[in-house]
Design a protein around this ligand. Structure first.
Ligand code: NAD
Length: 511
């Protein structure tokens, strides 16, 4: 099979190893095939690692940690600056590979690479800012302060739908914190991981820090091994709530730390006074963009009764203009789902929605084409007092472009319904009313990790902390002070006097 030209551009045309500890290892495990979801063609095959490969990767990561943690943080930042530049140089090829392997349209593939570049820039600045507090000691001639130290090798387990960026959110921050990183990507997108790791090799070699970034392309068995491995003090897991729950239990069993970024079931509330043009654009991007395969995808719409018909008509008209097809072709806005299984899940969800009383407003079909395509779909939820009992499908995260539309009368009702699901990732309100938007953002408003006004639920910037509550797992990564998850805090008290006063006035006279 001739390798796709983009694999040659990225230096992985002949790469078959699924494990790297700073250099590729000769893996001989199960073959993992990478499929192009737009046509079902095989892009390449990667050999997964065996347990001996996993052990070797971890041993090298631990060895690299011993010296990396002692390199001054701004010097670690310099390595990440170079990585960011390497990503800039290869942005176009990396974006194309994301489109080929994950089915994202070209602009979204490029956007994902830009997100990696952005987080590298953020991490470079952060590398001079790991500030600890100075605290007041109650004892004379004592100084008390907090400092932050690296944790060790960090396990990063990622989902298929951000096959590069989720690694970068974790890896760039963890590395400037002084941690090393062992990455297990989704086996659905192995080539994206190989391409990123190949770029890391060059940067690590040039900076004499091989082993800071390593890779294990495997399935659930490798993920389980990482969750159970005490030498990985932090497991950052991005994926479904079902798998995250297992990982969290395993890591908690050994009293390790986990950072969980799990499923979402995100909603947009549209009030009577909203700018409907703005709302319709945001809902369409949020629900249809990335073929509904973002954790922040808009899955539920709550529209105030007075504008329900106008907004739904506008949305159906917009949906009809969305061009589906080859993600790399000019003008395509909707690429394929990731697999045949995802198409089957779409079909099952649409059938259940109809069975449960939903009315199909547009879409609903999976065209009989090569590749894993489905139509963007809107289902009007049945108008019943307790939609949760009557329409349970809307309480599930189906990873496909299906939007469930509900009508409501009061904002309190919409907020209660929006918060009624188990997930708590992203939310938004469209309104021109200051009172309504502030109510939505108040302690009695949205219960999600992300709450927006007059923008949609997806497309977060890296500068903010990203993550959600409840079944979304409670983790925060990327910007703000999310770096604290990758470090351990140490409280230090220094006695610079000649006596030994005890705290709380305790006396302990000797002799
Ligand atoms: P998934 O849960 O099927 O897989 C995620 C990762 O877990 C993969 O690397 C997989 O190989 C690994 N895995 C599977 N079984 C495991 C086990 N027993 N132990 C350890 N690891 C195991 O998820 P997916 O289908 O790849 O991605 C879609 C899901 O990810 C959606 O639910 C989406 O909402 C979620 N997601 C969340 C965020 C977020 O930031 N909250 C971001 C992206 C995706």
């Amino acid at each position: 099979m001739t390798a796709h030209p983009v694999l040659s551009k990225l230096g992985i045309a002949t790469q078959r190893s699924g494990a790297s500890a700073g250099e590729w290892l000769a893996t001989a495990g199960e073959p993992i095939a990478s499929l192009n979801p737009a046509n079902g063609a095989c892009l390449g095959t990667v050999l997964s690692p065996g347990i001996a490969d996993c052990e070797l990767v971890l041993a090298r990561s631990l060895a690299a940690f011993a010296s990396w943690r002692m390199r001054p943080a701004p010097q670690r930042g310099e390595v990440i600056r170079q990585l960011g530049n390497r990503l800039r140089e290869h942005k176009s090829a990396l974006g194309e590979l994301i489109s080929l392997e994950a089915g994202k349209v070209r602009s979204e593939g490029l956007g994902e690479v830009q997100e990696m570049i952005d987080i590298c820039d953020f991490a470079v600045g952060l590398s001079r800012q790991f500030a600890g507090l100075t605290l007041q000691s109650e004892r004379p001639h004592h100084r008390m302060y907090e400092q932050w130290h690296p944790l060790g090798p960090v396990a990063v387990i990622t989902a298929f739908n951000f096959p590069m960026a989720v690694w970068a959110w974790n890896a760039a921050i963890a590395a400037v914190c002084g941690d090393t990183v062992v990455w297990k990507p989704s086996p659905t997108t192995p080539l994206c991981a190989l391409a990123v790791q190949q770029l890391c090799h060059d940067v690590m070699r040039e900076n004499d820090c091989l082993g800071v970034f390593s890779l294990l392309v495997g399935g659930a068995d490798v993920g389980q091994w990482m969750a159970s491995e005490r030498r990985l003090p932090l497991v950052s897991f991005t994926g479904s709530t079902a798998v995250g729950r297992k990982v969290a239990a395993e890591v908690a069993g050994r009293l390790g730390r986990s950072l969980l970024e799990l499923g979402g079931n995100n909603a947009i509330v549209v009030m009577d006074d909203a700018d409907l043009e703005l709302a319709a654009r945001a809902i369409t991007f949020g629900a249809v963009g990335t073929a509904g395969q973002r954790c922040t995808t808009t899955r539920r719409l709550f529209v105030q009764r007075g504008v329900a018909k106008a907004l739904l008509d506008r949305l159906c008209a917009a949906y009809r203009t969305v061009r589906a097809g080859d993600p790399l072709a000019e003008g395509t806005l909707l690429g394929p789902l990731v697999s045949a299984q995802a198409v089957a899940q779409f079909r099952a969800a649409v059938a259940l929605a109809k069975e449960q009383g939903g009315e199909l407003l547009c879409g609903g079909e999976a065209p009989d084409l090569p590749g894993f395509f489905v139509q963007p779909t809107i289902v009007r939820a049945p108008c019943v007092p307790s939609a949760q009992d009557a329409f349970p499908i809307a309480w599930e995260e189906t990873f496909a472009p299906i939007l469930y539309a509900f009508e409501f009368d009061t904002l309190d009702e919409a907020i209660a319904q929006q918060n009624a699901v188990r997930q708590g990732l992203s939310s938004a309100i469209f309104t021109e009313s200051l009172r309504a938007s502030e109510r939505f953002l108040s302690a009695a408003g949205s219960d999600c990790g992300i709450a927006n006004v007059n923008i949609g639920t997806s497309g977060a910037e890296i500068g903010g902390a990203f993550g959600g509550e409840k079944d979304t797992g409670g983790g925060r990564e990327a910007g703000s002070d999310a770096w604290k998850a990758y470090m351990r805090r140490q409280t230090c008290t220094i006695n610079w006097g000649g006596t030994l006063p005890l705290a709380q006035g305790v006396e302990f006279p000797l002799g």
